[in-house]
Write a protein that binds this ligand. Structure first.
Ligand SMILES: [Zn+2]
Length: 427
């Protein structure tokens, strides 16, 4: 299947075929640590000559490098030349945490090369926030002058609702003094005037991206829903490996699905009985403190209420602590209701937990599965579902998610496959 078929399929100019060949060669190269021309040729059913042409292009661009001779696979055959994909490009990842902005310099293999953080507070003004972004960026790049020359982009993971259209901060529950509609993309463009790519997204959506990369099994399942649960709940919905943007608002609002109309505490959104409120650590602590007198032997009786965490709760439940177990069951039932609502809208085949519930115990898991399986909505759809617990900490997930957004943009960038364009910033 060389140029003839491609001529038909793409009905196009030789230039288009050339760029297409480069694309599929690079895609195949990404699947291997090192490779020979023959490896790639057989992976993608392209002639060795065409593979060699594409390879030479990437060698010249410095995207691939020679790795010396490999072992001969054919009897008496000569040892093949090996190559590897090594784009020199770097990018900056900025994570908005409650008390700091974290700046990571990363490479195309998701390794963190350098990191620093700038302290921030809840009462920060818009100007001070912009200043923190600038200071951190300048410090990081001053420490890594060589990275400046090969900087492909910057990815910002932001708490709060980020508009998909103009990448501004629509609303943030973290800051009390930041203006509504803070134009994050434009601010970063001023700080990084020459980088080819800038991505700004909600922190939970960034973290959600790691699901597809790190759970290859979920890749085959065409409908995946990730639930990032920290102080807020953020849902990401993927169909065939693509994050669904249309439903972005709904995904952010998943935490404000009402699960108990009789709840008496108002949510940050002004409503009552929101998922976010009912499954919060604040709610758990309040309920435990109300019951603790009847459970003097509970492991939670030994610690101050303010030190109760989800980890302690699940650990207690694992050991058969009745107070913990009761609370875990309440959480599982609520989560079952939430997933029911998600099933109604998205019908996912796999649900992935990130954050607060990622260390849930067997009791939570079995209660949750039971409540989903018994549900009318689930049974009429008759599908099968899978629940995955992603145990990595949130800051790791956020950083890897940002990295992935950059790497994806890099490999999808047409300039990478086009001889007369440059992928590097104009200096
Ligand atoms: Zn709410």
């Amino acid at each position: 299947m060389d140029s003839n078929v491609q001529n038909e399929t793409y009905g196009a100019m030789p230039r288009t075929i050339r760029n297409f060949n480069r694309k599929i060669v690079l895609k195949a190269a990404r699947e291997r640590d090192t490779f020979s021309v023959a490896d790639i040729a057989s992976d993608i059913m392209l002639s060795r000559q065409s593979v060699m042409k594409a390879l030479n292009y990437f060698l010249e661009k410095g995207i691939m490098i020679p790795m010396g001779k490999g072992n001969s696979t054919e009897t008496g055959g000569k040892k093949p030349e090996l190559y590897a994909l090594r784009p020199p490009h770097k990018y900056v990842v900025i994570l908005h945490r409650t008390d700091a902005l974290v700046f990571n310099l990363m490479d195309m293999f998701r390794n963190t090369l350098d990191t620093l953080s700038i302290t921030i507070t809840k009462s920060l003004t818009s100007e001070e926030f912009v200043e923190a972004l600038r200071t951190g960026s300048e410090k990081l790049l001053a420490r890594n002058p060589e990275a400046k020359k090969v900087l492909y982009g910057v990815a910002l993971a932001m708490g709060g609702l980020v508009e998909q259209k103009n990448h501004s901060l629509h609303r943030s529950m973290y800051f009390s003094n930041i203006q509504v509609g803070l134009p994050l993309y434009d601010i970063l463009r001023k700080i990084y005037p020459n980088v080819p790519k800038i991505v700004v997204e909600n922190v939970g959506r960034m973290a959600g991206r790691t699901v597809l990369f790190d759970y290859p099994k979920t890749n085959q399942n065409s409908r995946v829903f990730s639930l990032y649960i920290d102080r807020a709940i953020v849902g990401c919905f993927f169909v065939d490996g693509q994050l669904q943007d249309d439903s972005a608002m709904m995904m952010i609002e998943v935490g404000h699905m009402v699960l108990d109309v009789h709840d008496t505490e108002p949510c940050t959104c002004g409503s009552y009985g929101c998922a976010e409120n009912l499954i919060s650590i604040k709610k758990v602590r309040k309920r435990i403190s109300e019951q603790i007198e009847s459970y003097q032997n509970s492991c939670l009786a030994e610690i101050p209420v303010k030190d109760i965490t989800f980890e302690k709760l699940f650990n207690g439940s694992k050991r058969g602590d009745a107070l913990c177990a009761g609370e875990v069951q309440r959480l599982a039932r609520l989560m079952g209701h939430l997933i029911r609502n998600i099933f109604l809208v998205c019908d996912p085949g796999t649900v992935v937990f990130q954050g607060n519930f990622s260390n849930a115990d067997d009791l939570f898991d079995s209660m949750l599965r039971q409540s989903i399986q018994n549900d009318f909505v689930y049974t009429i759809r008759g599908g099968t579902f899978e629940i995955v617990y992603d145990k990595r900490d949130l800051i790791t997930l956020e950083s890897l998610g940002c990295a992935q957004s950059m790497i994806q943009a890099f490999y999808e960038d047409d300039n990478l496959y086009c001889s007369d364009s440059e992928l590097l910033p104009v200096t």
